[in-house]
Design a binder for this molecule. Structure first.
Ligand SMILES: *Cc1c(COP(=O)(O)O)cnc(C)c1O
Length: 350
């Protein structure tokens, strides 16, 4: 029997739906650098309306959207405050620093994915001739699968206003956050000057992110996107899939959250496995072996041999992400594969 691979490494592994492929085939196209691709223009209008900002720009990736945002908000030598484990700080090669000469100060987060307000305030540099000027606060929502509370967003925004700072949201999974917190995405986005979100994760488009903000910000973002080589021509073939991300795929994210909850509950019942607690779960489950001598990489490898793919987040745990294409039956099967592996480990230990 051929083992069906269950791939829970990330929601980036989602394949476009049949409807998306057809829409890509049928898309009306033009040269988007001239502003003449009707499908891209429609996507940008719809995204801006959904997020509740004046304008939006279609970009190749979340990394590019975040980079453009930091380059528009900050000049060389200015500073961003952000979380230690955040994507912008940790997973984007320090692009804001490498390409924009921007300093980044990373702060720790607590178990609710929050940097302490006092820590942020203490890290803000004013107009001292020795210091880089703090210009921007970046938050990430969801952060490790956790949505940030609206009260927290409001508190950070108040602080930012007091100090004349801008706010950017890396909202790669903002729709997961909105659904889990029972808020509209607008209610999350309204705290920020700019918001980046990905269509290429749980929303199942093959490529693409949107960066949203006011008209002036997006006009400047268009210049920076071109400078970075991100001016795409008949990009409507991609935008067509992203339109379906917004129109069709948002609603089904709740299914991913339900599956993640089932997975967490199933794994928690297994002897030998610890599931990391999450106050509110979206589409991610973190777990590890109870036996502290079992390295995460080893457990990951044993699971892979069983046809179960998960990713390894050092010092945190193994990460399983539910997504479009993963059904309830796959969750049951995934739990049983983990059970097989822990049973083998325990046998070997005795
Ligand atoms: C995936 C991700 C990004 C970057 O998106 P890419 O399209 O992979 O460049 C940014 N931030 C967060 C939180 C992400 O999960």
């Amino acid at each position: 029997m051929i083992l069906k691979i269950i791939d829970l490494r990330s929601d980036t592994v989602t394949l476009p739906s049949a409807e998306m492929r057809q829409a890509m085939f049928d898309a009306e196209l033009g040269d988007d650098v001239f502003g003449e691709d009707p499908t891209v223009n429609k996507l940008e209008r719809e995204a801006a309306a959904m997020i509740g900002k004046e304008a939006a720009i279609f970009v190749a990736s979340g990394t590019m959207g975040n980079l453009i945002a930091t380059l528009v908000h900050c000049r060389r030598g200015e500073q961003i405050l952000l979380a230690e484990g955040s994507h912008i700080f940790h997973w984007e090669q320090g692009g804001a620093s490498a390409l924009g000469g921007i300093a980044m100060k990373a702060l720790p987060v607590d178990n609710q994915a929050q940097m302490k307000i006092g820590d942020i305030e203490a890290a803000i540099n004013g107009d001292d001739v020795h210091l880089s000027r703090t210009r921007l606060i970046c938050l990430e929502n969801t952060y490790n699968g956790q949505p940030l509370s609206p009260l927290y967003l409001a508190a950070v925004q108040t602080l930012a206003r007091q100090h004349g700072l801008k706010m950017h949201l890396d909202g790669a999974r903002i729709f997961n956050a909105a659904i889990a917190s029972d808020l509209s995405v607008k209610e999350i986005a309204r705290h920020f000057d700019s918001v980046q979100f990905c269509c290429s994760k749980g929303l199942a488009a093959p490529v693409g992110s949107l960066l949203c903000g006011d008209g002036e910000f997006i006009a400047e973002a268009r210049r920076v996107r071109k400078m970075l080589g991100g001016g795409m021509r008949q990009a409507g073939v991609l935008a067509a899939a992203c339109l379906l991300s917004l129109e069709v795929m948002v609603e089904r994210l709740a299914e991913d959250h339900k599956n993640a909850q089932l997975l967490a509950e199933g794994l928690a019942k297994l002897e030998g496995i610890t599931v990391l607690k999450a106050e509110t779960r979206t589409n991610m489950v973190f777990f590890k072996a109870q036996n502290a001598d079992m390295p995460q990489t080893e457990l990951q490898k044993l699971l892979k041999e069983q046809g179960l793919l998960v990713s390894n987040v050092p010092k945190t745990g193994l990460r399983a992400v539910t997504h479009y294409g993963i059904e309830g039956a796959d969750i049951t099967e995934a739990i049983s594969r983990v059970q097989n592996v822990v049973a083998k480990i325990m046998l070997a230990a005795n």
